[in-house]
Design a protein around this ligand. Structure first.
Ligand SMILES: Cc1cc2nc3c(=O)[nH]c(=O)nc-3n(C[C@H](O)[C@H](O)[C@H](O)COP(=O)(O)OP(=O)(O)OC[C@H]3O[C@@H](n4cnc5c(N)ncnc54)[C@H](O)[C@@H]3O)c2cc1C
Ligand code: FES
Ligand code: FES
Length: 485
């Protein structure tokens, strides 16, 4: 393992360099203190608000700046889901730092002026979070269309103003990306380069240990010696154990700084996705490659969540209502699992073994998702049904992978559902019935009857069991009606 360095982290908070040393056992600041709590209790930056503490409202949105190819990449994130060590080497920007002083006058940032001019705020509780998302839009998009703006703002709730003035404010302001941040970019890059840690950090404080490996080997080595540790990547699932269930997470290995796990590659046979790639970056690769996965992930969480959540984290939760698994199963994907001595590649169906349980061994990490290329004439389609279109977990989701032969006869069909059982499941009886039959209305009707009885879903806050069964059957009909020839 590379030399572990100090008990401390460094980051840029607006334009101030911060170092947090965790050596003081009496300190209020723990390694699992969230960025939101740190900002509100240890600094004067109280514009950042807490609404839900679970990633749903956006009141706590801050912008994270990271160096990439000699530029700073700005992304909005939910500070309520971020443990302090996750921001090591990064810049955190809050609304306090948006405006600037010139000749004794406070000059608003263009997005602040635009929001004021469109009367885009009333009680103001959501406003700092809205502004930070608007700032990230300003820095990343030039003249975005309405659909894009709505999508990007969907992680910010406002209970009183209504969204039209905010849409107008984004439209008004996002025409150029010049501001004081662009003028200071070179200097900021230098600072960020200087504070970026190139060796693994292991923090110890009382009963807490928090490791930030900077390479996969280091991570595997630490995990090998510490198999009871909790692995986190984006922490969008795990942080809620603390913020909502009041669990104390004493022993963490945070793999979010491992650059070698963040990739998308392809060869003649497969696509290879590094487990540490966040959903937002993954989307950028999928539009022209794996459209069925793109269609589902387009509606994954919010912009803030997609910037943190990783594909490895999503697959490893083994959630019956997670977005990626039904698609990955229907595409016959596999996963690469590694420990310090060996690696193994297993079919993703064998990876998920029970409700939120995987076949990962105690010292193993999921390092890669492998998706085989499908023949061009296969018809592949995914659907996500949820109560809200944006920022909602699915009620039922599915992916169909259909191969038709001569005379419209079904060579193979793979049908996987999420939300219908305790794990994402293939509809194997329906698949068997359809294989070798004609792709026609009568057979789909008969298949629908089998499908209706194939699963025994539960009733919960999202839907009654019967509703789920009906949605499940209707999705097959929808797939057929969209793809009859
Ligand atoms: C507001 C909100 C909205 C959400 N919306 C959606 C949604 O629309 N669709 C959806 O599917 N999910 C959604 N989620 C759930 C969550 O964001 C996803 O499951 C996400 O992909 C988890 O990734 P992560 O990197 O944040 O995981 P983490 O929280 O870091 O980890 C999740 C689990 O995976 C394990 N793990 C992580 N990486 C690895 C690895 N490489 N090897 C081994 N184990 C690993 C961890 O130990 C942990 O058990 C939402 C969550 C929130 C808070
Ligand atoms: S407080 Fe609601 S998203 Fe963080
Ligand atoms: S202005 Fe009141 S919540 Fe948005």
């Amino acid at each position: 393992m590379e030399n572990s360095s100090s008990n401390s982290i460094r980051f840029l908070l607006n334009d101030l360099l911060y170092k947090i040393d965790f050596s003081d056992n009496k300190s209020q600041i723990k390694p699992t203190t969230t960025l939101l709590n740190f900002l509100r209790t240890q600094t004067n930056l109280k514009s950042v608000k807490e609404g839900c503490a679970e990633g749903d409202c956006g009141a706590c949105t801050v912008v994270m700046g990271e160096t990439e190819h000699n530029e700073i990449h700005y992304t909005p994130v939910n500070s309520c889901l971020i443990f302090l060590p996750m921001i090591n080497g990064k810049q955190i920007i809050t609304t306090e730092y948006l405006s600037e002083k010139k000749d004794d006058k406070q000059i608003l940032h263009p997005i602040q002026s635009a929001l004021a001019e469109t009367y885009g705020t009333q009680c103001g509780y959501c406003t700092p979070g809205i502004l930070m998302t608007m700032f990230a839009i300003y820095k990343n998009y030039s003249d975005p269309d309405e659909k894009t703006i709505k999508k990007l703002l969907s992680g910010n709730l406002c209970r009183c103003t209504g969204y039209l003035p905010m849409l107008e404010a984004v439209r008004k302001s996002s025409k150029n990306r010049e501001d004081k941040f662009s003028q200071k970019e070179k200097a900021t890059i230098e600072i960020l380069k200087n504070i970026k840690n190139h060796s693994t950090i292991s923090i110890k404080q009382n009963s807490y240990s928090y490791h930030i490996p900077c390479s996969l080997n280091d991570a595997l080595d630490i995990y090998n010696n510490n198999p009871e540790a909790i692995i986190i990547n984006g922490a969008t699932d795990t942080a809620i154990r603390q913020t909502k269930n009041n669990e104390k997470l004493f022993n963490i290995i945070d793999i979010s700084h491992i650059e070698e796990l963040k990739y998308f590659r392809k060869d003649n046979d497969n696509y290879y996705i590094g487990a540490g790639l966040c959903i937002q970056k993954l989307l950028g690769f999928l539009k022209d490659t794996i459209t069925s996965l793109y269609d589902t992930l387009e509606y994954f969480g919010s912009w803030q969540i997609r910037n943190l959540a990783t594909i490895g984290g999503n697959v490893s939760t083994a959630s019956p209502i997670g977005d990626t698994l039904p698609v990955l199963i229907s595409l016959k994907s596999s996963v690469k699992l590694k420990n310090i001595t060996k690696e193994r590649i297993i079919n993703i169906e064998d990876f998920i073994i029970d409700y939120r349980k995987t076949s990962l061994k105690k010292d193993e990490l999921l390092t890669e998702v492998i998706i085989p290329k499908t023949p061009d004439n296969n018809i592949i389609k995914s659907y996500k049904v949820s109560k809200r279109k944006e920022l909602d977990i699915s009620t039922v989701s599915t992916c169909f992978n259909l191969s038709l032969g001569a005379n419209n006869v079904i060579n193979e069909i793979i049908i996987t559902y999420g939300g219908m059982a305790k794990i994402p499941c293939r509809a194997k009886s329906t698949e068997k019935f359809l294989t070798g039959k004609k792709w026609c209305k009568e057979n789909i009707k008969e298949a629908g009857k089998i499908l209706f009885n194939e699963f025994e879903p539960i009733s919960d806050a999202r839907a009654e069991a019967m509703t789920r069964k009906i949605i499940c059957r209707n999705l097959l009909t929808k797939f057929w009606s969209e793809n009859q020839n």
